[in-house]
Design a protein around this ligand. Structure first.
Ligand code: ADP
Length: 542
């Protein structure tokens, strides 16, 4: 017997209608290129999103056509997030930090028909445009405005989309092989938005009364869902434009009374350093905290924000393939009163899954591993906002199990309370003498050293042990530490054979297009090179 309920389609126009009806006067603020703040409302944003949809139809675009964006975080990009899918097209966010050759490949593979581009990014677009099928270029504050002016929002008709139609697409970084397209549906996007809206201790921890500043770029995995989440709940949005340096962000937090923000750890390490160096300069009394994800949030950073600045870190884990948020490390009620040190231990893990997301940890033989805090295997995930395949990519079968779970490539243990403990990406884990060493744990520990600003640990080839760890370390300004100091600092907390054999002091750690450590580059730098400024390599004992 079937239930007798409406077959209501989960599509993005619902968000438009809701935002206009109930939160039309809430604000969307943008930091313009000249650093002034531009202000608009959800009502105006929705009107312009509808006009964009009509304008794209007027250009002759057909349902399902891909419309790319090459933009920073701003109100026009927000309009594109809604207008493109609500017009029946597919929003394709291009990563403006990629090489033109990669962008040419991605835009061609996706079959992009049009692109909305920031004026400041035109020189980048010009380097690959003629190698793509893009027919229409809409320049923000220029031809984009003309398109909107020529189209009336009143002409917009709900295309009555099926919830399984594509709404957006985003390519993975391609650190392993060519970039692959993840194609989100209206349904998956709506369910992800509901999932991240779920209250504490799940979700992203925000509500209608918040003022949210997503530092995470809108080209990085749907800006982790914040544009749609804020539109659904009616929270004020503050977009930082291209001003992502710590000082500009802190100024924006104060000026716009930001309560919640989100981004990768490297951003927050910079901000924490600035806050520590300038006590009292920025009044963040109104601020609750931030979601940190994309790579592991160091425990020392989580503790530093809380103890010295009263700010909560919620640690999130996810992937482009999981829309992206799959788990968050908010503390469950029973841990509300435990001592702060224990709380930080929990927050430094990658949390428990959002409702509707399921996780399991399997070893290479396919056995499901227990939640014992130790057994290491590969994390697998399934749920309504997890990719079932890559766009137009025949050679993909190895990423999905026979029973339909997605293999994340993350090496994990599961804490007895069900918290994920990410040990490494499988390609970064250090295999020494047949055992695994977690680069993430070593990095976390090193970044707790007062002289260290950033640390990345990589595997380097070793004749005897196969691979051994090497730590690349960036010292804080005016601070000093030797390889012996760092070894002594790690020694009490690690088995001897885990300790890095080499420490290299570097000016900076190379970063990927979304601000993660680029370990491939570090490996190239050090794999064949003899020790630099580090101490002579101690012999690994095991
Ligand atoms: P890429 O890093 O390839 O550009 P993604 O943003 O999709 O693309 O990266 C997903 C990966 O990032 C995950 O598989 C995991 O390795 C890593 N990651 C994401 N969040 C965390 C976290 N909180 N802690 C540790 N690793 C994380």
């Amino acid at each position: 017997m079937n239930g007798l309920m409406m077959d209501y389609q989960l599509t993005l126009p619902t968000l438009l209608r809701r935002a206009e009806s109930y939160n039309g006067d809430k604000e969307i603020v943008t930091r313009l290129p000249d650093k002034r703040f531009h202000r608009t409302t959800y009502a105006e944003s929705c009107r312009r999103a509808r006009a964009l949809a009509v304008g794209l139809q007027n250009l002759g675009l057909k349902r399902g056509d891909r419309v790319a964006t090459l933009c920073w975080n701003h109100y026009q990009h927000h309009e594109a997030y809604l207008g493109i899918p609500c017009g029946g097209f597919v929003l394709h966010t291009l990563n403006l930090r990629l090489h033109p050759n990669d962008l040419a490949y991605i835009a061609t593979h996706a079959g992009d028909k049009a692109v909305i581009v920031d004026r400041s990014l035109m020189p980048l677009l010009e380097q690959f445009l003629d190698r793509t099928p893009i027919e229409h270029v809409l320049v923000v504050e220029d031809s984009y405005e003309e398109l909107l002016a020529s189209a009336s929002a009143d002409d917009w008709r709900d295309p009555e989309l099926d919830e399984n139609e594509a709404a957006a697409m985003c390519y993975t970084s391609g650190t392993t092989g060519m970039p692959k397209g993840v194609l989100y549906s209206h349904r998956s996007t709506m369910l992800h938005t509901l999932g991240v809206a779920a209250g504490n201790p799940m979700g992203l921890g925000v509500s209608e009364s918040d003022s949210i500043l997503p530092v995470v770029p809108m080209f990085h995995a749907n800006a982790w869902g914040y544009p749609y989440l804020a539109t659904m709940i009616g929270a004020k949005l503050v977009y930082p434009g291209q001003h992502l340096d710590p000082e500009s962000l802190l100024d924006a937090f104060v000026q716009e009374k930001v309560t919640w923000t989100a981004g990768v750890p490297t951003i927050w390490l910079g901000i924490l350093g600035l806050l520590d160096a300038n006590p009292g300069k920025w009044d963040l009394a109104h601020m609750k905290g931030m979601l940190v994800g994309g790579s592991a949030a160091p425990r020392s950073m989580i503790a530093g924000f809380k103890e010295r600045h009263g700010l909560d870190v919620v640690h999130g884990w996810g992937m482009t393939e999981t829309s992206p948020v799959a788990s968050t490390s908010q503390l469950p009620g029973e841990l509300a009163d435990v001592e702060a040190d224990t709380q930080f231990d929990y927050i430094a893990m990658q949390g428990r899954p959002l409702p509707l997301v399921e996780l399991r940890n399997r070893d290479v033989e396919g056995n499901i591993l227990p939640w014992d805090g130790e057994s290491m295997g590969e994390l697998e995930v399934r749920g309504p906002w997890v990719a079932a395949g890559y766009y137009d990519t025949p050679e993909q079968a190895e990423r999905w199990t026979e029973d339909g779970w997605f293999k994340t490539g993350d090496v994990v243990s599961m804490h007895p309370r069900g918290f994920i403990m990410i040990k490494d990406r499988s390609k970064d884990v250090i295999k020494s003498g047949g055992e695994w060493i977690s680069s993430v744990e070593l990095e976390n520990a090193l970044m707790a050293h007062p002289a260290i600003a950033e640390a990345a640990v990589i595997a380097i080839p070793d004749a005897k042990w196969d691979e051994r760890p090497l730590a690349a370390v960036v010292l804080r300004e005016g601070q000093a530490a030797t390889a012996e100091d760092l070894r002594a600092f790690l020694e009490p907390n690690f088995a001897k054979w885990w300790l890095p054999d080499r420490y290299e002091f570097v000016a900076e750690i190379p970063k990927t297009s979304v601000g993660k450590f680029r370990k491939t580059e570090l490996r190239e730098m050090f794999a064949t090179q003899p020790s630099g400024t580090g101490a002579p390599a101690p012999v690994a004992s095991k």
